[in-house]
Design a protein around this ligand. Structure first.
Ligand SMILES: [Zn+2]
Length: 272
């Protein structure tokens, strides 16, 4: 029952995250005005605002002007819904479901904003770090000290990688191109990761604690390396093309959220 309810709750949260992803980078309010079609400006009626279902009924077009609606909206809702249901399955009806739900929501936003605009919102990374530390105070949580220390170590770790990578690339005279729209901030992209990634590392650390954070970062690098290689081989992407790293960190974080503890234990057994 709780799993099904959480799934539907996740669909609605996903719908809300769509609004956040669209409006927060533009500095717009997330509560008003109500959502409207970007072309004909007609307000979206409640019956056309049902997660996933409305998209299917409308066949992906605005009811008024037939402007195509991007598939990323229902996909975002669906993924959030499925992850919430899986979270409920794992945590049961308990306080730790809140942790899962908040981290999942934050990571969904990271994937979208970083893929689409090369940004990780401070509201998500810094705000998320604060949320993670506060949630660690709940019964059964990590505790404030563990959460804070992991957050700081996570950020420090990514800062070192960034510094190391930018020194290495500079020595070899490799310059990373800045993505479109960020040409005057090219220095930000040297070293292959931005400040957004460093702040995001703190957020992930605050939620997951030491063992799962190691699993999250490790998974992120593996996923990133595979995808980078794949993109260069088949996607026509070059070495100096920046690839946002946030989505890999988000994927690693969600993976570690669900499987961090067992993976860490398995790894430790392997080593001993
Ligand atoms: Zn329209």
């Amino acid at each position: 029952m709780f799993t099904i309810f959480s799934g539907f709750f996740g669909l609605c949260i996903g719908s809300f995250l769509n609004v956040v992803i669209w409006r927060v980078p533009l500095g717009k309010s997330i509560v008003s005005p109500p959502s409207a079609c970007p072309q004909c400006k007609k307000e979206i009626e409640p019956r056309d605002n049902i997660p996933v279902l409305s998209y299917l009924i409308l066949r992906g077009k605005c009811r008024n002007c037939a402007l195509p609606i991007s598939i990323k909206y229902p996909v975002t809702e669906l993924i959030t819904g499925v992850l919430f249901a899986l979270a409920a399955l794992q945590t049961g009806y308990s306080i730790s479901f809140i942790n899962y739900a908040v981290l999942i929501s934050l990571m969904v936003v990271v994937v979208r904003t970083d893929l689409e605009q090369f940004i990780i919102l401070d509201e998500v990374s810094i705000g998320g770090t604060v949320a993670g530390v506060l949630l660690a105070l709940l019964p059964g949580g990590l505790g404030i000290l563990k959460s804070l220390i992991t957050a700081l170590s996570g950020a420090a770790f990514f800062f070192l990688i960034r510094t190391g990578a930018s020194i290495y690339l500079k020595k070899r005279n490799i310059r990373t191109k800045a993505p479109e729209g960020f040409e005057d901030e090219e220095d930000e992209f040297q070293g292959g990761m931005g400040w957004g990634d460093i702040k995001l590392a703190a957020c992930i650390g605050a939620f997951l604690g030491p063992a799962s954070t190691v699993i999250a970062f490790f998974s992120a690098f593996i996923l990133g390396a595979f995808s980078g290689g794949f993109m260069m081989a088949f996607g026509g992407s070059k070495r100096d093309t920046p690839i946002p790293f946030g989505p890999f960190m988000a994927a690693g974080a969600v993976l570690a959220l669900f499987f961090g503890e067992p993976l860490w234990t398995a790894y430790m057994n392997l080593m001993s």
